[in-house]
Design a protein around this ligand. Structure first.
Ligand code: HEM
Length: 154
């Protein structure tokens, strides 16, 4: 396996884990949890899900720029000559990481605190904020993958 193939594979797998995991959480797990569980049990479940999933998101957050920059150098000989869509991909990566850090650093501790205090109404409000940011990240992530796959000529 060449170094290029290794970095490319790692890059695509990292995107798959992050965006695919987010898709499953938002589109499948969320409505299933609403259908099957009462509010408190649902908040407890999400309190268990997020830290587990976020370990993998952290891995993707680290792997994507390292492998991406390696691909840029091997395929396009640097950032100046890289196509526009790669620069857009990098910009959207920064937005995705910013939203993820907000959930991880601010909202998840708030959710944990609300669950520990059994403050279910507060927990539901915080969960609403998390849900919105995760939804935005899902849309951006899918747009980035579509952009990369389409490789538009700009
Ligand atoms: C600093 C961040 C990033 C850099 C520098 C970067 C760079 C690149 C480069 C240079 C390519 C190859 C383009 C080509 O061969 O024409 C690529 C492909 C790809 N990138 Fe990124 N990327 C970054 C972030 C992301 C993110 C956040 C995602 C998704 C969430 C993503 C998903 C993909 C996918 C799926 C491909 C493969 C497209 C295909 O082969 O069809 N990248 N990236």
């Amino acid at each position: 396996m060449t170094a290029f193939a290794l970095f490319y594979t790692l890059h695509v797998l990292a995107a798959l884990v992050w965006v695919g995991g987010t898709f499953f959480a938002w589109m499948i797990l969320r409505p299933a949890a609403v259908a099957a569980l009462q509010g408190p049990a649902r908040l407890q479940l999400w309190g268990e899900i997020f830290p587990r999933f976020f370990v993998w998101v952290w891995l993707a957050v680290v792997i994507l720029p390292i492998s991406g920059v390696a691909i840029v150098h091997m395929r396009f000989a640097g950032f100046e000559t890289a196509p526009r869509y790669v620069q857009i991909m990098m910009g959207l990566y920064v937005v995705m990481v910013a939203l993820f850090l907000r959930i991880q650093g601010l909202q998840l501790p708030q959710l944990r605190k609300a669950v520990a205090a059994q403050a279910w109404a507060d927990g539901a409000t915080i969960m609403g904020h998390i849900r919105r940011l995760v939804g935005i990240n899902l849309l951006i992530g899918m747009a980035v993958v579509a952009l990369a796959a389409a490789r538009p000529m700009f």
